[in-house]
Ligand binder design. Structure first.
Ligand SMILES: NC(=O)c1ccc[n+]([C@@H]2O[C@H](COP(=O)([O-])OP(=O)(O)OC[C@H]3O[C@@H](n4cnc5c(N)ncnc54)[C@H](OP(=O)(O)O)[C@@H]3O)[C@@H](O)[C@H]2O)c1
Length: 277
């Protein structure tokens, strides 16, 4: 498993982590992912999967990098502190490695939210601060509201089909040393060949040029479509991906997306096929 630096922290995290939205796989898939080096697990208070993550990391907490999130509806100081304490309880840990603001709330002053989260870092309850679904403007405001600790990551929708962050957010994060955590990297299974899934755009799958090229490149590289789609994400320097799977076999497959690279020519072909009108 290839590692990447989290923000500018010096801490290395795997380029493939384990997502847990709608996760119902029990302990085995997460444990298998951890064995294969995918030692970052992403959860959130609203997923109701923190307890399952807690079960999976029992006895091996020190080998896992835990990322969870405070709901965007809990960004008042007291709410955020309460949410963090509840997450610690659900996870059964004393410290959250990465505490992310799940989405911004323009009704709450960002200074109040960032002050609350910084107080958790000062108390050792949280190691690093992250955000999710923040635009460049929201990110810059949040950064400006911090006193002592940086924002190290922004978790956002990014996959071959959904490329909006390439316009400004991706370059901004690269410049600011903020890791982009790509969520829904398989487009909810669609890019892995799970028919009928995903946030679809464009043509029917049989006529979809992007999916055709994805299948071609999978055949050429001897990798699966899921592995090619994930490798495409992590080929971008500041990006790590967090696919979710309830299955041990698919978790193994997803971890196999690391340790090799698509060629620039293959990257170019995928880019062209998925951005074609
Ligand atoms: N911050 C946010 O607002 C936000 C939003 C959405 C997601 N996320 C995070 O990102 C994680 C991943 O995103 P996601 O769960 O939306 O979508 P995803 O990882 O793109 O896709 C998950 C779906 O793909 C299937 N799948 C996984 N690996 C596969 C493979 N190798 N072959 C075929 N099918 C495969 C899974 O089914 P099985 O489970 O049956 O394998 C599941 O149905 C989430 O779990 C969550 O941690 C964050």
């Amino acid at each position: 498993m290839e590692l990447k630096e989290l923000g500018g922290t010096g801490v290395m995290v795997p380029e493939i982590g384990l997502g847990t939205w709608k996760y119902s796989g029990g302990t085995a898939p997460l444990r298998r992912g951890l064995e294969l080096g995918a030692f970052l697990i992403d959860t959130a208070e609203i997923y109701r999967t923190e307890a399952a993550v807690g079960q999976a990391i029992k006895g091996i907490r020190d080998q896992v990098f835990i990322a969870t999130k405070v709901s965007g509806g809990h960004l008042r100081r007291d709410q955020l502190i309460r949410a963090a304490v509840a997450s610690l309880g659900q996870l059964g840990v004393k410290q959250i490695d990465l505490y992310q603001i799940h989405w911004p709330d323009s009704n709450v002053p960002i200074k109040e939210t960032m002050g609350a989260i910084e107080s958790l870092v000062d108390r050792g309850v949280v190691r690093y601060i992250g955000v999710s679904n923040f635009s460049v403007r929201e990110l810059a405001e949040a950064q400006a509201a911090l006193r002592n600790h940086p924002i190290v990551s922004n978790q956002v929708l990014y996959n071959l089909r959904w490329r909006e962050i390439e316009d400004d957010l991706l370059p901004y994060c690269l410049e600011q040393q903020i890791t982009v955590m790509a969520y829904t990297p398989l487009n909810d299974g669609e890019l892995a060949g799970s028919a009928g899934r995903g946030r679809r755009k464009g043509n029917a799958p049989s006529k979809d040029q992007g999916l055709q090229v994805l299948a071609e490149i999978a055949a050429e590289t001897g990798k699966t479509q899921a592995q090619v789609a994930l490798n495409w994400c992590t080929a971008h320097p500041s990006v790590i991906a967090i696919p979710k799977s309830d299955s041990v076999a698919r978790t193994e497959e997803n971890c196999g997306a690391s340790g090799w690279r698509l060629t620039p020519e293959q990257m170019g072909r995928l880019d062209a096929a998925f951005t074609a009108p």
